[in-house]
Design a protein. Structure first.
Length: 82
C-alpha cells in the first residue's frame, strides 16, 4: 500500500528525497514511524527555525526501507521546482 509519493531532487551535494503530501507524511509518521525531517519554512516567517513546514526530507535508510516495503511511490521531480 503506497502511503505517499516521493520526489527526487539532484544537487551538487547529492540526491534528496522529498515528500510534499501532508496526508502522506502523517501516514508515514503515524502508521510506519518514519519521521524524516521537515525542511521548509512557513511563508510568514521564512527565517525561523522552531517550526518548519513541508517538504519532508527522508534519510537514505528511510527511503530504502520505504521502497522495499512499497510505502512510497516515486516521481521524478518536485512539483515546486522552478
Amino acid at each position: 500500500d503506497v502511503l505517499a509519493d516521493v520526489f527526487w531532487e539532484e544537487s551538487a551535494q547529492g540526491s534528496v528525497c522529498l515528500v510534499w503530501d501532508a496526508d502522506g507524511i502523517m501516514r508515514l509518521r503515524k502508521e510506519k514511524r518514519i519521521l524524516g525531517n521537515m525542511i521548509g519554512s512557513l511563508p510568514g516567517h521564512p527565517s525561523q527555525n522552531t517550526q518548519l513546514a513541508l517538504p519532508l526530507s527522508l534519510l537514505p535508510e528511510e527511503v530504502t526501507l520505504c521502497v522495499e516495503r512499497i510505502w512510497l511511490g516515486r516521481l521524478d521531480s518536485s512539483p515546486y521546482r522552478e
